[in-house]
Design a protein around this ligand. Structure first.
Ligand SMILES: C[S@@+](CC[C@H](N)C(=O)[O-])C[C@H]1O[C@@H](n2cnc3c(N)ncnc32)[C@H](O)[C@@H]1O
Length: 242
């Protein structure tokens, strides 16, 4: 693998997991070599590969749970769309009059998200960034939206949830949807790693310092492009920072 500075790294791949929505590689770093010594494959962002092509992998319509929370959204609210992918949710939020910052680490997704915003005639502040190395800010947002952001393993998820809480203004809202472990039976989207999935107890504990306005596990059919299609084990959270 060649990193962004052109240095070569050699990895020993231990395990590869594939889900309908994710590919995970567990690898050990072996060497850090002089540039040009190693000739290996460049490991691409798996999301760039998934988003390649004309079609929007999760469609261009907003997530159904997000749409049901429309009454909580007011024009002028400052909103962060976390790992917003090809922009279907960020663009819809901007159409509701919110001031939206949409962050994702896929270059391909970013270009498609920008095209969608242009097509719909809305302005969104898109940012290409790894959210684990990004300045989330403190008390910056009225709303943080996290729709299917289960790329994060438990330790990373804990950090991300802490940053979400910090980045919300007092009174700010978190709208989060993910899959529960039962999704591993449905196999209609989401990561194949059970530890990345959410349960009610986990989210209640993670956001114990917020007012939980709505928390529900439910099985429902969703149709969100090729990426999420069919009966799904979902969990929805609406929480307010005191
Ligand atoms: C399941 S997709 C969901 C996309 C979008 N929220 C939606 O519902 O259409 C997960 C997204 O997380 C992004 N992602 C994964 N790791 C990331 C990271 N460390 N920082 C920023 N984005 C990340 C991927 O590029 C991908 O777009």
């Amino acid at each position: 693998m060649v990193d962004e500075y052109g240095m070569n790294f050699q990895f020993s791949v231990r395990r590869i997991f594939t889900g309908s929505d994710e590919v995970w590689v567990e690898a050990e770093l072996l060497l850090h070599c002089r540039p040009g010594v190693l000739k290996g494959a460049v490991i691409m962002n798996v999301w760039d590969e998934r988003y390649a092509g004309e079609a929007y992998h999760f469609g261009t319509e907003p997530n159904a749970f997000l749409r049901t929370q429309e009454r909580l959204l007011k024009p002028g609210m400052n909103c962060l769309a976390v790992a917003d992918g090809e922009g279907r949710n960020g663009v819809w939020l901007a159409e509701q009059g919110l001031t939206v910052r949409s962050v994702d680490s896929s270059t391909v997704a970013l270009k498609k998200a920008q095209a969608l915003a242009r097509q719909r005639g809305v302005a969104v502040a898109f940012e290409l960034a790894d959210l684990m190395h990004w300045d989330w800010g403190v008390a910056r947002y009225d709303v943080v939206v996290g729709i299917f952001i289960q790329f994060a393993a438990p330790a990373v998820r804990e950090q991300m949830f802490t940053r979400i809480r910090r980045s919300l203004k007092p009174g700010g809202l978190l709208l989060l949807q993910g899959y529960t472990p039962r999704q591993l039976e449905f196999k209609t989207g989401g990561p194949a790693l059970v530890e990345n999935l959410y349960t009610e107890a986990m989210l209640r504990a993670a956001f114990a310092d917020m007012d939980i306005l709505h928390l529900r596990e439910h099985d429902d059919r969703i149709e969100e492009g090729a990426g999420h299609s069919g009966m799904s084990a979902l969990i929805d959270l609406v929480a307010r920072k005191p």
